[in-house]
Design a protein around this ligand. Structure first.
Ligand code: ATR
Length: 313
């Protein structure tokens, strides 16, 4: 532990590393809020962002493992390939077949596995990688907290059945929902997702396509990438769906803070939230997994907000 937990320590030979691996990764906010958290915890750790192309993901994970990294975060497009590359996966990520967090553990002289950072003098020869999906838990947590949303018996429309939409739908299926509508540009992906969900959660009603215009739902979620760019079309078709049909709207996008999707929803009277807290909570959970300690959530939230919504001067 640091003597003065508010001071960023000089990097030295005891500094330990975590990293986000993605492609691209240069605009990530994770280093800002993870380093703020690590610093406040008094850890002599650093969090890096490393751009790794899909062809090199296997060697990148192996390199981090052999160089004593505490752990990794994975982002697009590595979450599914990393799932196949780690030595073990957490129980909850087995259904998802996708991970965004890796923790490294070493085998000690007593034959027990322990977090890699606890080896003070000599690195263990045997190291294993364990995969987790902290995105999944962050989705219902952010929606419940920000919107005060109650999932029990709810009717939800999810736009997008790509990587993010699939994990969201599979995770929300555990929350006691009644009906899930899935809309995706590529129909086969929506069908595959429906089949996966009905295999694990047979009691949920799953419908492909929009609800009838006369039907009410409770929550619409944008899990597509539409809204990231200013000239993107809306992720939903306004001739098939009216925002008056729902009470709540959640956009996984956090930059811009208010996408046209959220603006439409708010104008129609919906309670809205963007993906900022989802990003925060997946990171908080990763840092908890790596450190085994409680994490300064508010300090990390502040650092994240300053990074993604810098004040215009
Ligand atoms: P992520 O991991 O961020 O979810 P992804 O797996 O590439 O990234 O998924 C992107 C999502 O946005 C998908 O649902 C994608 O639809 P397809 O499955 O049909 O590709 C959706 N999307 C991206 N661009 C789109 C566009 N121009 N129109 C409609 N949907 C789009």
């Amino acid at each position: 532990m640091d003597d003065n937990p508010t001071t960023l320590r000089q990097i030295n030979s005891n500094t330990r590393y975590c990293a986000l691996i993605g492609y691209p990764v240069r605009h990530s906010a994770s280093p800002a809020f993870q380093n703020a958290g690590m610093m406040a915890m008094g850890l002599n750790w650093r969090y890096l962002a490393l751009e790794v192309c899909p062809e090199n993901i296997e060697t990148a994970i192996a390199g981090a493992k052999s160089m004593g990294f505490v752990g990794l975060n994975l982002t697009v497009p590595h979450k599914e390939s990393a799932f196949k590359l780690v030595d073990e996966v957490s129980e909850s990520s087995q259904i998802l077949k996708s991970i965004n967090t890796i923790k490294f553990e070493g085998l000690n002289t007593n034959g027990n596995w322990q977090p890699i950072q606890e080896f003070q003098n000599e690195y263990p020869k045997q190291i294993k990688s364990i995969g987790y999906n902290t995105d999944a838990e962050a989705i219902p947590k952010a929606i419940k907290e920000e919107l005060g949303f109650d999932f029990i018996h709810s009717k939800i429309l999810i736009l997008g059945a790509g990587g993010a939409g699939r994990v969201a739908a599979l995770r929300l299926a555990k929350e006691g929902i009644d009906t899930l509508y899935i809309v995706n540009r590529t129909q086969e992906k929506a069908e595959r997702l429906r089949n996966e969900i009905s295999h694990y959660y047979p009691s949920i009603k799953i419908k492909l396509g929009y609800p009838e215009l006369s039907a009410k739902i409770d929550l619409i979620i944008n899990a597509t990438s539409l809204g990231l760019k200013s000239n993107d079309p809306l992720p939903c078709d306004l001739s098939s769906f009216s925002f008056k049909q729902t009470q709540f709207a959640f956009d996984m996008i956090y930059r811009p803070a208010r996408t046209p999707f959220l603006a439409y929803a708010e104008n129609a009277g919906c309670k809205i939230a963007n993906g900022m807290n989802m990003l925060l909570y997946q990171g908080v959970e990763s840092l908890k997994i790596w450190s085994g300690e409680s994490v300064p959530v508010e300090i990390m939230r502040k650092a994240l907000i300053e990074n993604i919504y810098p004040k215009q001067s």
